[in-house]
Design a protein around this ligand. Structure first.
Ligand SMILES: Nc1ncnc2c1ncn2[C@@H]1O[C@H](COP(=O)(O)OP(=O)(O)O)[C@@H](O)[C@H]1O
Ligand SMILES: [Mg+2]
Length: 578
């Protein structure tokens, strides 16, 4: 609860004024029936005449106007406070997710995070709005009407006392049943969003595999599942309404029955009975409001729990403990010392085991190994996308954990294996690497990545709009744009994780050549499938099943490393027969 104070504070005045204005409305509501009974008893029955009725009528109109002002003002401040609250909470949640480490991101589905950011927060926003409008109004009306009813006719009022505990019991049971159902419902909404999000982002893959019907079926199931669970939860709400109405009608009937007898025997005036019936309705209405608050409350509680889950997620990778936050990467030396790493901490098997490796500034290092051997995992430890479990990774002889994440990641440019571009122009995308770069600089680095040529061949050149993820350029073009984007960072260490796999060998050779010219001092790590991509490297690291099985130049490895020789001959053989 204390955590939410931060979101209330900026809107504190609205949070206070709103309910106060609602009290104005409540007072009006409670006074109204009394005025009405006066008109009937004194104006009509006692024949005080038209002037009295007019005077009372005017009083009632004025009261109604004041009530209206209170109601409108109350609603306005409720909306103002709740939307401000939701806006700030959403902003913080978004920021928290931005700070998530790769490991944290692996724990949530994107669809679930989207549901939490949108639907769950809206749920809370609606709840706050409702609370502000009803939290004081319902009990205010309940107490006000009870007092009025009891002062008017104690015996008749006791009828109400029989109904209240019964209704309270009903409300309590409804809440008990509803809460778990709402939790399940939000989870189903998650599942639906995850399916939708996954399908829509990968719609091209779906189409190329002709899996539309299958995906439709998956969506249909998730959709149906949500519908059924929503229905299950809503049934409780649907059931609650008639129960309340029946209780209200029976009570009214009882009051009219007993009260009518009293009017006949002269124990009560007819005006009083009218007012009394009004109060009974108010009392029951306020109870219905309370049950509504509780029902919606249980739904928002489920949402709040889900938001808390995100807020309470420990970000497992921060630079809070860094010893040298001010230093930057200067030389580009990399050292792995007895590094062991795995993604799932309860798995027994290491993804990387006892890695020892030194890479000197300016060296070009190739990494070769079958898929799943741990190449990507190995390089992701350098910019601390994941943390090692044992041993340490040093950059310029400083543990990567001692850098500020900003300085470390600015010094290490990595082109991830699964890389994407963003919606926007090519120019905007490339300037991700360096916002301050001028156009000439962008051209220069695009040239080094062998991208300038094809970019300028587009009718709009650098102003070509890229579709989401860069769908309107070819795979090889996308890879070269990603390389250019990384080059613009002018990193001391450049890591290409299988980033030229879709580029033809001739273009790839030109990229390597330009690297030799313009990135002389940059440490370059190149993960590749093709031996030809790394054949000229200063050293080649051969990975197999998470272990280094060979380090050396091409010639050295060919003679000493069986795994390397195997890969080499398999590729040259293929070339001969092809
Ligand atoms: N984000 C991840 N979560 C869990 N396991 C992963 C993750 N990424 C990779 N792995 C696993 O780690 C192992 C090494 O993967 P990776 O480093 O990507 O290999 P490579 O790049 O050599 O193909 C594989 O068994 C893979 O399934
Ligand atoms: Mg990989």
């Amino acid at each position: 609860m204390r955590r939410y104070w931060k979101y209330i504070k900026p809107y504190l005045s609205a949070f206070i004024i709103g309910p106060i204005l609602m009290i104005v409305e409540v007072i009006g509501e409670v006074v109204m029936p009394r005025l009405l009974s006066n008109i009937i008893d004194k104006g009509v029955v006692d024949e005080k005449g038209i002037p009295f009725i007019i005077a009372m009528g005017i009083t009632m109109v004025i009261t109604a106007l004041i009530m209206m002002a209170g109601g409108v003002g109350g609603a306005y401040f409720a909306i103002k406070a709740s939307s401000g609250f939701a806006n700030d909470l959403r902003k913080d949640l978004y920021k928290k997710i931005q700070d998530f480490s790769f490991y944290n991101i692996d724990q949530y589905h994107t669809g679930s995070l989207i549901t939490r950011l949108t639907n769950d927060i809206t749920q809370i926003q609606n709840m706050i709005q409702m609370l502000m409008r009803m939290a004081l109004r319902a009990p205010g009306m309940l107490i006000g009407a009870l007092i009025m009813a009891f002062t008017m006719n104690r015996r008749l009022a006791s009828v109400i006392l029989v109904v209240i505990p019964l209704l309270a019991l009903a409300i309590f049971s409804i809440m008990r049943i509803a809460f778990p159902r709402f939790s399940v419902m939000q989870k189903k909404l998650d599942a639906l969003n995850t399916t939708t999000q996954e399908n829509l982002t990968n719609i091209r893959v779906v189409k190329s595999f002709v899996r539309e019907r299958f995906e439709e079926e998956k969506f249909r199931k998730a959709n149906l599942d949500l519908k059924e669970n929503a229905l299950r939860a809503m049934k409780v709400v649907i059931f609650a309404m008639p129960v309340m109405t029946i209780a209200m009608n029976i009570t009214t009937l009882a009051v009219v029955w007993f009260g009518g007898n009293q009017v006949i025997t002269g124990g009560m005036t007819s005006g009083e009975l009218t007012a009394f019936v009004n109060y009974v309705v108010q009392i029951l209405m306020s109870l219905i409001m309370v049950s509504f608050i509780i029902l919606n409350g249980s739904r928002s509680l489920a949402s709040a729990k889900r938001i808390n889950e995100v807020i309470n997620t420990d970000i497992d990778l921060t630079d809070d403990m860094a010893q040298h936050k001010d230093i930057t990467v200067n030389q580009g030396k990399i050292e792995f010392k007895d590094v062991c790493f795995k993604y799932y901490k309860n798995n027994e098997k290491w993804v990387l085991e006892n890695i020892n490796l030194v890479i000197n500034p300016g060296e070009t290092v190739g990494i070769i190994g079958s898929t799943g051997s741990g190449k990507s995992s190995l390089v992701q430890l350098i910019p601390r996308l994941y943390d090692v479990d044992q041993g340490e990774v040093l950059v310029d002889d400083v543990n990567v954990k001692d850098y500020s994440l900003k300085n470390l990641r600015n010094g290490v440019g990595i082109v991830l294996q699964k890389n994407v571009l963003f919606s926007g122009t090519i120019m905007e995308n490339l300037k991700w690497g360096d916002e301050e770069a001028d156009d000439e600089e962008v051209y220069k680095w695009a040239e080094s990545a062998q991208a300038h040529g094809f970019i300028t061949s587009f009718p709009d050149g650098y102003n070509t709009e890229l579709g989401q993820g860069g769908v309107n350029v070819s795979g090889g073009q996308k890879q070269r744009l990603c390389i250019a984007r990384a080059l613009l960072k002018k990193p001391k260490i450049l890591i290409l994780d299988d980033s030229t796999s879709a580029v033809d060998t001739a273009t790839e050779a030109r990229i390597r050549e330009s690297f030799n010219n313009v990135l002389k001092d940059t440490t370059k790590i190149i993960i590749a499938q093709r031996i030809s991509s790394v054949i000229e490297a200063d050293k080649i690291v051969v990975l197999d099943d998470g272990k280094i099985v060979g380090i050396g130049t091409h010639d050295e490895l060919l003679n000493s490393c069986e795994a390397y020789a195997e890969i080499y001959y398999s590729q040259t053989d293929r070339k001969v027969t092809a």
